[in-house]
Design a binder for this molecule. Sequence first.
Ligand code: ADP
Ligand code: MG
Length: 323
Amino acid sequence: TSLANQIAAGEVVVRPASCVKELVENSLDAGAKRISVTLTEGGIAGILVQDDGVGMDEADAQLAFARHASSKVYEERDLTRIRTLGFRGEALASIAAVARVTLTTRQAGADAALEIKVAGGEMAPIRHVGAAVGTSIEVRDLFYNTPARLKYLRSVQTEQAKSVEIVQRAALSRPDVAFSCQTEHHVLFQTPGNGDMRTVLASLYGVGEAKQLLAVTGETNDYVVKGYIGRPTQGRASRSHAHLFVNGRPVRNIAVHQAVIRGYKNRLMVGKQPMYAIYIEMDPSLIDVNVHPHKEEVRFSEEGDVTRFVAEAIAAALDETLL
Ligand code: ADP
Ligand code: MG
């Protein structure tokens, strides 16, 4: 029912950035090579995510907004694996329960694109329209029918920053995908999708800054780490410039964050936090399964091993440049 959907939506959709995260993950799941995100009034008035992925056929499109209707195969063990993206068929239903949504989608070889409009969980009949192969989802007037939720949103500026950070993290996790992120007035950033991490960092933080970055690498039997950290002189203080990825997925982990800072401070007396993008690959069985997979937070069964390893890799990267 529409009320049940609204209640469930509260868990999935707390702000524009939650919609952006779900929509971008869907685009990645659909194999998109180009993803464009447009934010209007920080995403509160509008979010438009366009991709060139595989699109949906009529049956998929009809079902896309039904709760627990997922075209993706989820095995039981996926629930405990960090690699799983998405909410298992809840995201679109949840978003459509608290916003006005227009879905336009077209598969390769289809005669026309399909358009479905949903508002407050009520779906209008499918229409045939002209559009390129791929999917575009427009979310307008988030929380228009749940004013209590609307009240909890922060300023346009803050909400926009949270959404942009989601797109940045997606872009950093997939250098092979071309992302563009803009307001209706100007481009915020664009990545070329050429697979090169440093180019993504240059797109986000500027060419000058990206040139200065130090490469981090390390490997043990259980863990592989790679990535980039800022030089001591380029002390970026903000947490939003701290990016951690585990098995390709953007996550947060305070212990690893502290280990990065510690690796830094062991070598240099710097007051500021460096910017960093650190990628860890590990056997998923070493990831603590007790944390809900929807959460960005990740925990490790051998946290001490992970943090020691990361701190050493950072210290080694710094040693090399200081020699
Ligand atoms: P989930 O991602 O867990 O399957 P969602 O509610 O996010 O659930 O999406 C529901 C379904 O809609 C997906 O399973 C997929 O079939 C379809 N879908 C959503 N977004 C896209 C997209 N960008 N491209 C192709 N199909 C999509
Ligand atoms: Mg999804």
